[in-house]
Design a protein around this ligand. Structure first.
Ligand code: GLU
Length: 497
């Protein structure tokens, strides 16, 4: 059977970076197995909808270069891909559950349900909820005569439809990450399947759709593990037990110190983004994001892929095709993974470097133009090549390379105080003279001249770049060329006297 996976977000807020990892694993499996990656919008909880959440997610996926094979934008054999447009389908599947007695009508008001909870809590009941025990005292199709149920429905009394969970049954299933999971149904409640507004809940709609869309692997966050026994009961009661997907629950992403689950608050606290892209609409504002911080989509995906999966080798840097090639479900990890932003930066450095200086030259030229500097392709390549080891984010190319176009205006006082003395002054003068006499302006010719006057390197760097740190000094001299080098050293010596 062809692999069918899905990402099924509820558009109730901005797509979190943890969900991007879930998307990625689904996508990688589908690509690897030449299957289908389906995007399904689970928007049946009308109260919690955030209008922009869907556009935010779609835009984030576009930036990440992850294109679903089927979804609201792409269409596909299982249209529609939005649950709010599939209501008639769920109504069709609730009927057999009611007829077979696996689901029942319940008319209890919120106040009645709350009173039941309070009663059970006061009696110190372990699971104070609407379940196999408490339902016997509530106002529902199991306790009321059938005629009355019909009358009440006809009279328009609000009702929900609940799943009739078996009493004290051990449900076992094999999770792709956790192995065998056993849950006693006595911890479960009789979940609402259809709400009083006639819309299905997540549990019901999701199982029906996973079945109809022929989902083979449900890959999702660990927070859904407790819901899985409910889903298994539904598969069974709907007569689909032999076509159940494999469940794969991904471990949590943790804070950098490993103490808690990664949240936006933690990300803020540690000063890194928790969302893929920024956004600004009436109902959704994201002002800090990976894209705007300068992360390359491939680097971010590479970083996320390795938070919970390992390739079984020491290889760390992967392009997207290489990730697809290497991915396998067997290598997903069991334990929570710390979100180490330093590692994310490292991946960004590696991917930037991998693209090579020629690829960054036009970016550099554009950045230069913003400061009214015209830079030709050849210089841009040479500068990008010179600074490439110092780059974490693309903007660093210009920051690291702009000294090339601007003569230093002032010098670091502390450095001068530490290094400037008669000896270094004479050294600088001697070096300048030897440069003037130099015929061939080449690195291997400049190097011995610099070695001949020890102790002047930091001052020379300051004179040429205005900074105390930077790329290889000899390469800088080569690139600046004779005139600019001479001019900048002379300016420095004049200022220092
Ligand atoms: N709609 C659920 C969510 O918001 C989907 C959970 C699942 O993957 O089953 O995450």
């Amino acid at each position: 059977m062809a692999v069918h996976v899905r990402f099924a977000p509820s558009p109730t807020g901005a797509l979190h970076i943890g969900s991007v990892r879930t998307i990625l694993y689904n996508y990688l499996l589908a690509q690897k197995e030449k299957g289908r990656f389906i995007l399904r919008i689970e928007d049946t909880d009308q109260k919690r909808l955030v209008a922009s959440a869907e556009s935010y997610m779609l835009e984030s996926l576009r930036w990440l270069g992850i294109v679903p094979d089927e979804g609201p934008e792409q269409g596909g054999p299982f249209v529609p891909y939005k649950q709010s447009e599939r209501i008639a389908i769920y109504q069709q599947y609730i009927k057999p559950l009611l007829d077979a007695g696996h689901a029942y009508y319940a008319f209890d008001t919120p106040t009645e349900i709350e009173a039941m909870r309070e009663r059970l809590k006061a009696a110190k009941v372990a699971h104070p909820q609407y379940n196999a025990i408490s339902r016997a005292w509530m106002r529902n199709g199991l306790t009321m005569p059938a005629e009355q149920v019909e009358e009440w429905i006809a009279a328009g009394k609000p009702y929900v439809i609940r799943l009739k969970v078996t009493h004290k049954e051990l449900i076992r299933f094999q999770d792709g990450v956790r192995g065998w999971v056993k849950v006693d149904t006595s911890v479960l409640d009789d979940k609402v399947l259809m709400k009083s507004d006639g819309l299905p809940t997540y549990h019901f709609a999701s199982v029906v759709d996973d079945h109809l869309m022929k989902i083979t692997h449900v890959i999702r966050g660990e927070e859904w593990l407790p819901s899985t026994p409910i889903h298994i009961l539904l598969y069974r009661y709907l007569g689909w037990a032999d076509q159940m997907p494999q469940f794969i629950h991904l471990p949590l992403l943790l804070t950098p110190d490993g103490i808690g689950k990664l949240s936006k608050r933690h990300a803020d606290q540690y000063g890194f983004p928790a969302f893929p892209i920024t956004w600004n609409s009436r109902d959704l504002t994201i002002d800090k994001a990976f894209r705007e911080a300068g992360y390359l989509p491939e680097a971010l995906l590479n970083f996320l892929a390795l938070l919970g999966w390992n390739p079984g080798t020491n290889q760390e840097v992967f392009t997207k095709p290489a990730l697809i090639e290497a991915f396998s479900l067997e290598r997903l990890g069991k334990s929570g993974v710390k979100f180490d932003i330093a590692k994310a930066k490292w991946f960004n450095q590696q991917h930037i470097k991998q693209q090579g200086p020629t690829a960054w030259a036009s970016y550099f030229i554009t950045e230069a133009a913003k400061e009214s500097i015209t830079c030709n392709q050849e210089d841009a390549i040479a500068i990008c090549n010179l600074v490439k080891d110092r780059i974490t984010f693309p903007k660093d190319f210009w920051q690291e390379g702009r000294f090339f176009f601007f003569d230093p205006v002032d010098y670091d006082a502390e450095l001068i105080q530490k290094r400037w003395n008669n000896q270094t002054k004479e050294g600088m003068v001697a070096f300048t003279q030897s440069l003037t006499a130099l015929v061939e302006w080449k690195a291997h010719k400049i190097k011995p001249l610099l070695q001949a006057v020890p102790g002047i390197m930091p001052l020379l760097r300051m004179a040429l770049t205005g900074s105390t740190a930077g790329p290889d000094l000899i390469e800088i001299i080569v690139l600046l060329d004779r005139d600019r080098t001479h001019k900048r050293i002379t300016a420095f010596l004049e200022k220092k006297g």
